[in-house]
Design a protein. Structure first.
Length: 187
């Protein structure tokens, strides 16, 4: 009797999950918090999309080198299909002379902050994230501003837990859901 019970308990312990992932939002309400393992708070999804998209669009020295390096550096945070799309975009822009000697900066709009409505769940572990941002591009040599606009990006984010060492977020950008929308032109 007890031997069989111990054997069953040992088998259950052996097959028990050894890792439980819980993603905590940045602010925990005073009233407390109830979470299910493996769920992603909207604030975390937004932060992920904002950070990775900003870094892909940060060209501190020369877009013809920086853009390509950013795609490679952040590839663990991109689905293979979106990485291929970005590489095609890089090659097209390079061939048309759009990124040579360009310095690019992408930042959140002044006064903007995360809104729950900017992250929409659309299916099993898939979200659409709206990112209102300001994009500036300058020529490296003379500092002339080429572009200074407010632009809304709509990005698809998916759960993507293939290598937790190189991608601890367990998320990936999976593409733009529509063409970016220019909302204001500063210059």
């Amino acid at each position: 009797g007890s031997f069989t019970l111990n054997l069953l308990l040992l088998g259950g312990w052996y097959h028990a999950q050894s890792k439980v992932e819980v993603h905590l939002p940045p602010q925990i309400p005073v009233t407390g918090l109830t979470l299910r393992a493996g769920t992603y708070p909207k604030a975390m999804i937004y932060s992920f999309a904002f950070y990775v998209w900003q870094q892909l669009n940060h060209w501190p020295n020369d877009g013809s080198k920086d853009y390509e390096q950013a795609i490679q550096q952040f590839s663990p945070f991109l689905t293979p299909s979106f990485k291929a799309t970005l590489i095609r975009d890089y090659n097209q822009r390079y061939a048309q002379g759009e990124i040579q000697d360009r310095i690019r900066n992408l930042q959140g709009l002044d006064g903007s902050a995360f809104q729950e409505s900017e992250v929409q769940a659309v299916g099993h572990d898939t979200w659409i994230v709206s990112l209102p941002m300001r994009l500036t591009e300058n020529m490296r040599d003379n500092g002339n501003t080429v572009k200074d606009i407010a632009i809304d990006y709509s990005l698809r984010v998916v759960a993507y837990n293939t290598d937790s060492k190189s991608n601890p977020w367990g998320l990936a950008l999976d593409g733009l859901t529509e063409s970016p929308v220019r909302t204001k032109t500063y210059i």
